[in-house]
Ligand binder design. Structure first.
Ligand code: ADP
Ligand code: MG
Ligand code: ZN
Length: 617
């Protein structure tokens, strides 16, 4: 059974408060009665002094009343019954004596039963109200629910509030129609979507989109954030995940949204020693829930991440988060639309041209633009102006850019030109070579530092068999960027291709040591994974291959990559006119699709397109 520390402490505090409350009530009750507890000897003395007017004798207690109140004002007293011959003595003194069947039933009820009942009712009342507000349905779920689940029955956000991410909206439209009517969706033979991963830089509106899907479909929105699972007792995370799914199943149709999935679903091989067990347990529980999960009941899983590359590959496997939706930084038109959404909330001078402002804000995310509109309105207010003008926006842009520049970089003009050629290089090589996925969209909109681009690939085991030529062509596409730079700047290449080279090297290494595709090295396997191989090669304790073979592997990898580079360069030389034209168009529009620039279109188009290969450089 999981141990939820927070609930436990709450219960302990409640208990302490209840006991204190009972004691206080008892105190109040006895003060109300003005009763004083006295020793028996004093009682005898009082009797002898003829101070007592009346007593009630219980089986072990004597309650009495004095003829005249003491100096403290107390006239009632109570004492323990000691003397069995008491009644005679009392009668002899002429005192009225009454026997009580059991001492102070009434006061006992007042002192214990009523307060206890009161606290119980309070407890029930508090928790039922709490539980119902959470939509968890009454007292019974209290003991079971460990999850800090946020459920919104109406997110009040719709697709209208999200702009500039039309592709993502289009993909999610299917989810909306499924949630609106899960039953008839299945009848038409369409397979219900299960897990969809929203991928994109921070601030592009992933969380907003997820809530908009719930709003559009009019279903409940269960959400948790992966970062909540960090620093938790072992077992709690797993219990939360279990409860989340249990509750969502009861509330179907609904959406489960896991924000910051990377915090929870970080690749199991990465990370420190501390907390690994807990994360693994939580992740395993999530994987188990994903597998034992039937979407036809009308529950859709959405997750968001800005670091897809560190996710555990198991999460991306077929039947889990096997659909990825790219939520990219907006292009110029998108930015203009986002500005319009947020400008609705302020008083805007009619002369302000939002399209022009969009042109000045390359690289801004939706969150940056929302911030910009707000800043501009703040500046206008400070000026005591009636409306926000273009000058306010210009001032706000400077301010916001200063903030963004700390986080990510804005490209200079020569840099932009280089990046445009680089990206067009990838796209044209991909369009030229057979059996590689075409590029759907090319973009030079800068990304945050450290973001390695948003090309998502499913683990190879879920893909079809790949021929050696296909792998070679993939490497060629990866080197297309650098080849284009080299053509443009006459061999002066840049650091921008580091990530491309890394990925090209990985593929070449796999070809050589895993698939036996390099003639010089031969057809045998040398390791389980590239990382494993490198570790082995470095430690030299148990070399995966002999020194000579290791050298041959190195040479083979280098040859594969340099041959690919030469091929990419040749292709681009042949298509130099397209390269120049495409790069110019890209500089102008920042992001272009195959529709904007047909030369990057492949003929005939492949059936299963990959996500756009749009990399930072
Ligand atoms: P993410 O989850 O991708 O980091 P959020 O959804 O949290 O980004 O976005 C933060 C805020 O920025 C939103 O609440 C919204 O005001 C604004 N925003 C971001 N993207 C958009 C967009 N595409 N359209 C309109 N507003 C946006
Ligand atoms: Mg978010
Ligand atoms: Zn590249």
């Amino acid at each position: 059974m999981a141990f939820d520390s927070r609930k436990q402490t709450w219960a302990i505090w409640y208990f302490i408060a209840a006991v204190l409350g009972v004691l206080l009530l008892q105190q109040a009750w006895s003060t109300y009665q003005q009763t004083e507890t006295i020793p028996y000897s004093e009682f005898e003395k009082l009797v002898a002094d003829k101070q007592v007017s009346e007593v009630v004798i219980g089986s072990d207690m004597i309650q009495g009343e004095l003829k005249t109140p003491k100096s403290t004002g107390v006239s009632k007293f109570v004492t323990a019954r000691v003397d069995p011959t008491l009644a005679d003595k009392l009668s002899a003194e002429g005192i009225k004596v009454t026997g009580a069947p059991s001492s102070g039933v009434l006061s006992w009820i007042f002192a214990w039963i009523i307060p206890a009942l009161l606290f119980y009712l309070l407890w029930v009342f508090l928790f039922r109200g709490f539980a119902e507000k959470q939509g968890l349905g009454g007292l019974m779920t209290i003991g079971k629910s460990h999850a800090k689940v946020y459920v919104e029955t109406d997110t009040k956000v719709t697709f209208k509030d999200v702009a500039g991410v039309d592709e993502a909206k289009f993909e999610l439209q299917e989810v909306v129609s499924f949630l609106r009517d899960p039953k008839s969706f299945g009848r038409l033979g369409a397979r219900a979507p299960k897990g969809i991963l929203l991928v994109g830089p921070p601030g592009t509106g992933k969380t907003l989109l997820a809530r908009a899907v719930a709003g559009e479909a009019g279903v409940a929105f269960f959400s948790i954030s992966g970062s909540e699972f960090v620093e938790m007792f072992v077992g709690v995370g797993a219990a939360r995940v279990r409860d989340l799914f249990e509750q969502a199943r009861k509330a179907a149709p609904c959406i489960i949204f896991i924000d910051e999935l990377d915090a929870l679903g970080r690749s199991r091989s990465v990370g420190g020693i501390g907390g690994v067990d807990e994360k693994e347990q939580t992740l395993n529980q999530l994987l188990a829930e994903l597998d034992g999960f039937d979407p036809s009941i009308g529950v859709i899983l959405l997750a968001a991440t800005n670091r897809p590359e560190i996710l555990d590959p198991a999460l991306l496997r077929a039947g889990r988060f096997d659909r990825q939706v790219l939520v990219d930084r907006p292009d110029r038109i998108g930015r203009s639309e986002i500005l319009k959404v947020h400008a609705r909330k302020i008083v805007l001078d009619p002369a302000v041209d939002l399209d022009q402002i969009a042109g000045m804000t390359t690289g801004f995310t939706g969150a940056d633009l929302a911030n910009l509109v707000n800043e501009a309105a703040v500046i206008a207010t400070r000026r005591k102006s009636a409306a926000t003008t273009a000058a306010d926006f210009t001032a706000a842009i400077e301010r916001v850019i200063a903030g963004i520049e700390k986080k990510s970089r804005i490209l200079s003009a020569p840099e932009r030109r280089r990046v445009a050629y680089h990206e067009m290089g990838h796209a044209l090589v991909a369009a030229t070579l057979p059996d590689v996925d075409p590029v759907l969209k090319v973009s030079i909109i800068p990304r945050g530092v450290g973001a390695l681009g948003y090309t998502i690939q499913r683990p190879t085991e879920d893909r079809f068999v790949l021929a050696a030529s296909e792998l070679r062509h993939r490497i060629t596409v990866l080197l297309g960027g650098r080849a284009a730079e080299s053509l443009l700047f006459d061999g002066d290449i840049s650091t921008g291709a580091a990530d491309d080279l890394q990925r090209a090297t990985d593929i070449a290494l796999e070809m050589t040591t895993l698939y036996g595709m390099a003639q010089t090295v031969g057809q045998r396997t040398y390791r389980a994974s590239p990382q494993f191989f490198l570790d082995q090669a470095q430690s030299r304790d148990k070399p995966a291959a002999s020194e000579a073979t290791l050298r041959e592997i190195d040479v083979s990898v280098r040859d594969i990559v340099s041959e690919a580079f030469i091929e990419a360069r040749d292709i681009l030389k042949r298509r130099r006119a397209d390269l120049d034209k495409g790069a110019e168009l890209l500089l102008e529009k920042e992001a272009i699709t195959a529709e904007d620039f047909p030369p990057i279109q492949k003929t005939p188009p492949k059936q299963a397109p990959q996500l756009p290969h749009a990399r930072s450089a």
